[in-house]
Design a protein around this ligand. Structure first.
Ligand SMILES: Nc1ncnc2c1ncn2[C@@H]1O[C@H](COP(=O)(O)OP(=O)(O)OP(=O)(O)O)[C@@H](O)[C@H]1O
Ligand SMILES: [Mg+2]
Length: 418
C-alpha cells in the first residue's frame, strides 16, 4: 500500500516536472514566434501607410509636395517645418499616420533620417519597422515606433510571465494535492494496522479470562476440591474474571457505538461518592492481590452532578484499570473527587511507568498504545482512553493527563456540575 502510494507520488511529481518543462519550452517558442509576428505586422502596416501617403500625395497640389522635397535638401529645419505645416501636406499626414492604432506611433522620415512628422513625441520609443516611399517623396520613409514598455518583446514577456505564474500555481496545487493524498493514505494504512492490532488484542483479552473461568469451573465440576476455603477462592476468581470479561465487552461495544455515532447518554442528577466507591469495588481483589496501596479521597459535601452514572463509572474503571496495568514496582493507586474551579474533578493517579510527554495527546486516540502492541508486556485494545474522552466531552467536560516516565501518571476527568 505505502509502496504503491510512494510510486503514485513519484509518478505525479515526474508528470508535473515534465509538464513544467514542456510548458516552459512552448512558452519560449511562443515568445519568439510572437515577436516575429508583431514585427511582420508592423512591416505590413508601414508599407500600407507608405502606399496610402503616395496615393494621397498624387492628389495633393504639386507645388506643396515640391516644396517639401526641396526643404529636405536644405540644412535648416525651419524650411522643412514650414513645408510640413502647409495645409494639404498636414492633412495627408494626419489622415494616414495620425489615425494609427495606439500605442504604435507612426512617423515620416526625410532622406537624412530626420523625423519630419510624428503624431506624438517619440522620446525613447523603439523602431519596429519602416517602409520607403517611392513616388512623390523618393528616399523618404514611414517608420513605426513602439513607446517604451510596449515593445513586442515586453508585451510578450508580460504574457509569458503571466502564463509562467499560472503554470507555477498549477504545479503547486498538484504537488499540494499529492502530498495531502499521500499523507491521507499513510494515515489510512496506519489505522488499518492499528485495527489489526486491535482485533488481535481484543481476541487475546477475551480468551484469557475465558480460559481461567473454564479451568476453575472444570476443576470445581470434577469435585476434586474438597476444601471449602479453596472452593470459595475459585468461585471468587470466576466472578472476578467474569467481571473483567463484561468490562471488556462493554468497552468494545461502547466503542463501536461511538464509532457508529449511536452512543447516547442518559443524564440525571446523581451523587458522586457512591459512584466512585462502586467503580473501585470490582478492583478490590486485583488491587489487594497485586499489593497495591489504595487511597480514595472523596471531598465532603460534593454537589450532585448531572451525569450518566454508568458511563462515568465506566470511564473511571478504565482509568483505574490503566493505573493497575501500567504500574511497575511502586504500586499505589489514588482516586480522588473534588471541586476544582466550579467543576467536579475525578482523578486517578498512579506511581507507575508513566507516559513520555510526546505521547500525551496521542494516547486518547482510538487504538493508540504507547510503543504499539505490547506496552511493556501489558495487553490492551487501546480504546479505553478514547472512551474516557468521549464520555467526558459528551458531558461538556474534558480529560487531562499529567505524567512523567518512571514517576507515574494522573488522569483527571473534569465535569461541569450543572
Ligand atoms: N496510567 C498509565 N500509565 C502509563 N501509561 C498509560 C496509562 N494509561 C494509559 N497509558 C498508555 O496509554 C495507552 C492507551 O491507553 P488505553 O486505556 O486507551 O488503552 P489500553 O489500556 O492499551 O487498552 P484498553 O482498551 O484495554 O484499555 C496505553 O496503551 C498505555 O501505553
Ligand atoms: Mg486501558
Amino acid at each position: 500500500m505505502t509502496r504503491f502510494s510512494r510510486w503514485a507520488l513519484a509518478c505525479v511529481v515526474v508528470a508535473a516536472a515534465v509538464l513544467a518543462a514542456l510548458g516552459w519550452i512552448s512558452l519560449r517558442q511562443w515568445e519568439r514566434s510572437a515577436e516575429v509576428v508583431v514585427r511582420e505586422q508592423a512591416r505590413d502596416m508601414a508599407a500600407m501607410a507608405a502606399e496610402k501617403i503616395e496615393m494621397l500625395l498624387r492628389g495633393a497640389p504639386e507645388d506643396a509636395v515640391a516644396r517639401l522635397r526641396a526643404a529636405a535638401g536644405e540644412a535648416g529645419p525651419a524650411a522643412l517645418e514650414a513645408a510640413i505645416a502647409a495645409r494639404p501636406i498636414r492633412e495627408v499626414l494626419e489622415k494616414t499616420l495620425g489615425g494609427l492604432e495606439a500605442p504604435t506611433i507612426a512617423a515620416l522620415l526625410d532622406p537624412q533620417n530626420r523625423t519630419v512628422y510624428a503624431r506624438e513625441p517619440l522620446g525613447e520609443a523603439q523602431r519596429l519597422a519602416s517602409a520607403r516611399l517611392r513616388e512623390g517623396l523618393p528616399g523618404w520613409q514611414v517608420a513605426l515606433y513602439q513607446p517604451p514598455g510596449f515593445s513586442p518583446h515586453q508585451t510578450v514577456r508580460r504574457q509569458v510571465m503571466l502564463f509562467t505564474f499560472a503554470l507555477g500555481v498549477l504545479l503547486v496545487v498538484i504537488l499540494a494535492g499529492s502530498v495531502t493524498t499521500y499523507r491521507l493514505m499513510r494515515r489510512e494504512s496506519e489505522v488499518a494496522r492499528l485495527k489489526a492490532d486491535f482485533v488481535a488484542n481484543v481476541s487475546h483479552d477475551l480468551k484469557t479470562p475465558l480460559s481461567v473461568i473454564r479451568m476453575f469451573g472444570e476443576t470445581l465440576e470434577m469435585g476434586r476440591v474438597t476444601d471449602q476455603a479453596t472452593r470459595d477462592e475459585y468461585y471468587r476468581i470466576i466472578t472476578r474474571e467474569s467481571e473483567r470479561l463484561s468490562r471488556l465487552i462493554d468497552n468494545v461495544l461502547d466503542f463501536s457505538r461511538i464509532e457508529g455515532g449511536r452512543r447516547t447518554y442518559e443524564r440525571a442528577r446523581a451523587p458522586v461518592e457512591p459512584l466512585v466507591r462502586e467503580s473501585l469495588e470490582p478492583f478490590a481483589y486485583p488491587l489487594a492481590q497485586g499489593g497495591f496501596k489504595v487511597e480514595a479521597d472523596i471531598a465532603a459535601d460534593l454537589p450532585d452532578v448531572m451525569m450518566d452514572t454508568a458511563a462515568v463509572g465506566q470511564a473511571l474503571s478504565n482509568l483505574i484499570d490503566n493505573a493497575i496495568k501500567y504500574s511497575g514496582a511502586r504500586k499505589a493507586v489514588r482516586v480522588s473527587a473534588s471541586m476544582v474551579g466550579g467543576e467536579l474533578a475525578l482523578a486517578v493517579a498512579d506511581e507507575g511507568i508513566g507516559i513520555p510527554p510526546a505521547e500525551h495527546a496521542r494516547i486518547f486516540e482510538k487504538f493508540y498504545r504507547v510503543g504499539r502492541s505490547d506496552t511493556q508486556g501489558r495487553r490492551g485494545s487501546g480504546v479505553g482512553l478514547a472512551l474516557v474522552r468521549h464520555v467526558a466531552e459528551a458531558h461538556g467536560g474534558r480529560v487531562t493527563v499529567e505524567s512523567r516516565p518512571g514517576e507515574g501518571s494522573r488522569f483527571t476527568i473534569f465535569l461541569p456540575v450543572r
